[in-house]
Design a protein around this ligand. Structure first.
Ligand SMILES: Nc1ncnc2c1ncn2[C@@H]1O[C@H](COP(=O)(O)OP(=O)(O)OP(=O)(O)O)[C@@H](O)[C@H]1O
Length: 402
């Protein structure tokens, strides 16, 4: 996912000289030998492949996936931006264009109804100057919906809007986590049923603690009465309502070992009634199925430093062997490193939330791609759920709830 890189070549596949030349050279031998049908088919195939690649690159330019048509009601008050509208009309000669401005947490969004994204792409650098931002800081979604393009201009930090924790995005009876809102202001959520364990990365002041708080709140609001255990070396999560809290790593390890015992017993119970996992068990035997157990370990490397082998064995058993037991683990980590988070463990943590991390290597460990090192902090995130593409946005600020 890229925000702000604007490559005009993406919008002119038909006139891309290199592609046409390469395809012509490739098909030359068949044409020379007189096999015109094979030559023409190869040329056609090259053209179709180029079109498909272009569409893919264009659609992945910002969000990495197809977008639903934007529901403007979800955005903060939308207004026509006259300066941008005038500049767009002048630059394109299209007097039907109107830029509607709204805001997401960190961006000013300009929605432009149009049937020719290329026309707007060409004038984006000039629009950037009207908005007072560098052209490469502009985000651009050329195919945001039917005849709709969206230009994203980053807001000054002082203008950022906090994202309220919005309970309406959750579903009672389901373990849905509320992350926050993406760059277009859509809710970002995930389900523990799709992937049980979560990794939250972020340096100091990045918003990691707030993200953990939002997750705990989400789980509580599921109505499934989760049993919450918190192991937090810094102690900042001590105000959360929970079954156990400790800032002492030895005690934390003992808590995890006790939970592993419970997980082993649960798996026996689940298998005995012919189920594969806790969710099936819950659906089949709601009266006897035990509550979900949520474990939050903030600053995991500190716990690991206590006794590397034992901690890894316990976290490995919980996350891998007993992943179906209804025990859900969330690890918080400031500086994700391959040494402290070996692949065997990391691979079990499919829900990845990265706030700002120290460098691109850490971003690679946190979210399997660079970028989180450039996040501005205070809740700005990159989020990935399993194999899905990364979503950018701003995390919920739990103090404000809807
Ligand atoms: N989602 C958010 N929206 C707005 N502001 C936020 C958000 N998350 C965090 N902040 C701001 O950033 C500050 C630091 O957040 P938080 O305590 O979560 O950071 P942290 O990464 O856990 O840092 P530390 O490791 O130092 O505790 C908060 O006090 C708040 O002012």
């Amino acid at each position: 996912m890229r925000i702000g890189t604007l490559d005009l070549e993406q919008f002119y596949p038909e006139t891309n000289l290199q592609t046409v030349t390469a395809a012509t050279l490739l098909t030359m031998p068949t044409l020379v030998t007189g096999n015109f049908v094979a030559g023409a088919s190869a040329l056609g195939l090259a053209w179709v492949a180029r079109q498909a690649l272009t569409a893919w690159r264009r659609d992945n330019c910002l969000l990495g996936s197809d977008l639903d048509v934007i529901d403007t009601r979800d955005h903060a008050a939308a207004n026509t931006n006259d300066a941008v509208t005038a500049r767009l009309r002048k630059a394109t000669g299209n007097h039907d264009l109107t830029a509607i401005e709204s805001r997401s947490a960190q961006y000013r969004l300009l929605m432009v109804a149009n049937d020719d994204p290329a026309q707007i792409a060409k004038v984006l650098p000039r629009v950037a100057s009207v908005l007072g931002v560098a052209p490469d800081a502009l985000g651009w979604i050329p195919t945001a919906g039917r005849d709709l393009s969206i230009i994203l201009a980053p807001l000054e930090r002082a203008e950022w809007l906090p994202v309220a924790f919005d309970e309406s995005a959750l579903t009672p009876g389901k373990l849905i986590g509320y992350i926050g809102r993406d760059v277009l202001s859509n809710h970002v959520t995930y389900s523990r049923q799709d992937a049980p364990h979560m990794l939250i990365s972020g340096t100091t002041r990045s918003g990691k603690t707030e993200a953990i708080r939002a997750d705990i709140q989400s789980m509580r609001l599921s109505g499934l009465k989760p049993e919450i255990h918190i192991i937090d070396a810094k102690g900042t999560l001590c105000r959360e309502q929970c079954a156990t809290f400790t800032a002492d790593m030895r005690e934390g390890l003992a808590t995890l070992q006790a939970i592993v015992e419970q997980a082993r017993e649960r798996i026996k119970e689940i298998v005995a009634v012919g189920c594969d996992n806790w969710f099936q068990y819950k659906a089949k035997c709601p009266d006897v199925c035990p509550a979900p157990i949520m474990v939050y370990v903030d600053e995991y490397p500190q716990l690991r430093a206590l006794d590397k082998e034992t901690v890894e064995a316990v976290v490995g058993e919980l996350s891998r062997v007993h992943a179906a037991s209804g025990v859900f683990v969330t690890l918080g980590i400031q500086k994700p490193k391959a040494e402290t988070l070996p692949t065997e463990i990391r691979d079990m943590f499919d829900i990845r939330l990265a706030m700002r991390v120290p460098d691109s290597k850490a971003s690679g460990v946190a979210i399997d791609e660079p970028g989180a090192e450039g996040l501005p902090g205070a809740g700005a995130f990159m989020f990935r759920n399993g194999g899905d593409s990364v979503v950018r946005g701003r995390g919920a600020f739990i103090e404000i709830s809807i």
